[in-house]
Design a protein around this ligand. Structure first.
Ligand SMILES: Cc1cc2nc3c(=O)[nH]c(=O)nc-3n(C[C@H](O)[C@H](O)[C@H](O)COP(=O)(O)OP(=O)(O)OC[C@H]3O[C@@H](n4cnc5c(N)ncnc54)[C@H](O)[C@@H]3O)c2cc1C
Length: 243
């Protein structure tokens, strides 16, 4: 899943981003904001790898490490933003990001990923997101609002399995008008797939975002309930046991 930064004729050069600021969006969830030196092309809903210098153990020689983050900003914005779950002490990579001061740079690979809006604007969208997997919904929501200014709104349903203190991650989002139906499943409550299936509009495209285990299990449940695999987009936030 991760893209490498090796030198080679076919490998695009990483994009340089300058750190602008970070803001705490919810307990343990930080939004990072970056300025780009050249415009970053991507489709709303895509992700990229971000490479930073990490200090070696015991303050030794630094090396580069990268992690994947979903872009929560819209391509038309002048900055790139992503959300990172950070709980102390955090990995050396995350500690390095938390210590950045404005102006410092990171490398970013070209964004990729299939958690993007389908071209047919009439196709209903259903997002099933676990915790900060909701990050995958934000840029597409902004795009839905942008597209709606020239026509009708898309039909968007959100099923969000979240922690009790994460509500503001979506409540403060400026593009909430793009959400047709929102269902919050607050932990320890569990999402019942039969509820999702019972409320499905005709011919939906279903996105599942969360840990590898969650996405795979939810995808299996949906297929057992008769949903075609081709109508599901699997969006794995690898690296998390719990989101
Ligand atoms: C497509 C995609 C999109 C993603 N989008 C996001 C996003 O928007 N926001 C976000 O926050 N993350 C996102 N992720 C996940 C992110 O890339 C990282 O994998 C994740 O944040 C874990 O990174 P880490 O540095 O904390 O853990 P890592 O150091 O990579 O370790 C992974 C896990 O292994 C365990 N572990 C590793 N080393 C040790 C050790 N020495 N001691 C104890 N435990 C250890 C920890 O439990 C840790 O959680 C995404 C991943 C993918 C693939």
């Amino acid at each position: 899943m991760r893209q490498a930064f090796e030198k080679g004729a076919d490998v695009p050069k990483p994009i340089t981003l300058r750190f602008v600021s970070k803001i705490k969006r919810a307990p343990g969830v930080w939004e990072f904001c970056w300025r780009h030196e050249r415009r970053v092309e991507f489709n709303p809903g895509q992700y990229a790898d971000f490479e930073v210098a990490v200090l070696g153990a015991g303050g030794g020689r630094s090396h580069s490490e990268s992690r994947t983050f979903t872009i929560v900003s819209h391509p038309t914005e002048t900055t790139v933003r992503f959300w990172m779950r950070y709980e102390q002490p955090g990995s050396p990579y995350k500690r390095a990001l938390m210590k950045l001061v404005p102006g410092q740079s990171v490398g970013m690979t070209a964004p990729i990923g299939t958690t993007v809006l389908p071209p047919e604007r009439t196709r209903p969208l259903v997002y099933i997101a676990q915790g900060i997997g909701i990050a995958s919904v934000l840029s597409p929501l902004a795009e839905c609002v942008r597209q709606a200014s020239g026509g009708s709104m898309r039909d968007v349903t959100i099923w969000w399995i979240r922690r009790p203190d994460e509500q503001q991650l979506l409540d403060t989002n400026p593009h909430q008008s793009a959400i047709t139906r929102r269902h919050d499943i607050v932990r320890p409550q569990r999402l019942d797939v039969t509820d999702v299936v019972a409320g499905l509009p005709a011919h939906p495209l279903i996105f599942i975002s969360g840990t590898q285990y969650f996405v795979a299990a939810m995808g299996d449940d949906l297929q057992r309930a008769g949903i075609d695999r081709g109508d599901i987009i699997f969006d794995y936030y690898e690296g998390y046991v719990e989101l």
